[in-house]
Design a protein around this ligand. Sequence first.
Ligand SMILES: [Fe+2]
Length: 343
Amino acid sequence: MIFEQIVTGGCQSYLMGCPERCAAVVIDPEASQIDRYLGLAAKDGLRIHYVIDTHTHADHFSGARALKAETGALIVMNKLSPFPFADLRLDDGEILKVGELKLQALLTPGHTRDSMCILAGDRVFTGDTLLIGGTGRSDLPTGNPDQLYDSLFNRLLKLPPETLVYPAHDYKGRSHSDIGTEIAGNPRLQKTDRAEFIAMMEHLDLAAPTHLTEALRTNLSGAKTVAGLLAEAAARVPFVAMDDLAAAIDAGNTGYTLLDVREKDAFDAGHITGALHLPRGQLELRVNDMLPDPTARILTICEFGRISTLAAATLRDLGFTRAAALDGGVKAWREAGLPLVGG
Ligand SMILES: [Fe+2]
């Protein structure tokens, strides 16, 4: 068996493969690691057949849909998953075959209603149901501490004690544990009484995870994250360095039509000399009047260098095939001591 654990911050994802049949599965892929999964599979000559999300994640961005787009793999989730793009929805006990490997779904609601664990031979992928020295929280949407109690004490902890535990998160850099070690030492599992366990889970007083809204929105819709949208725009736009633009302005000829896409207040408070003003919000509507020459080299400028990237990408979509963006924005320009006019 081929086994890879991919760590992204506190998130753990997994690639498991059958070398005999050249088949692989990825569990809980993270959106920023798509190329890594593809590279790991390619290194061992594997094709990814399935992408499994153990539940609807509220704390990281799922790479399931992007990985499917690259590989044609089927997206696999719990039968209760609300994700509209799941191809296979597993019921309790159902088995997926990945070459010679067998992966069995254990439906373990509690952290979320659609949580499942994946039992694969000597190991179990516990998602956020059971963590090393902890459990998933049960206070996020569809969470339920009563169900979590059953999923842990009447399900997962009944697996053989030597079963290896591979969770979807670990914030202390640990790779795995096993059921026996968790039963003996996991502080949350010491509350074996249902009522006491529920009371503990209801009083953890945890802060909401960062990116909660965006993670739920994108994980439930399969749509892009803001960072993903910006990265896509940045990948198809060339950038011009601030120093190069400053030197060209000094020399009296930039060769660019400078286009400041910030709001009027910001533009009036100080802009790069010679820049035209066309706010990003009006770009598509006023582009025909303001930019009659589609062959012009247009250089977009904003405050932080992100909106200008989107604006340059939009201009390229509209046929301005030489549009570029300033690398950095007016804020960095100002901080570098470069000159602004107005204000
Ligand atoms: Fe989670």
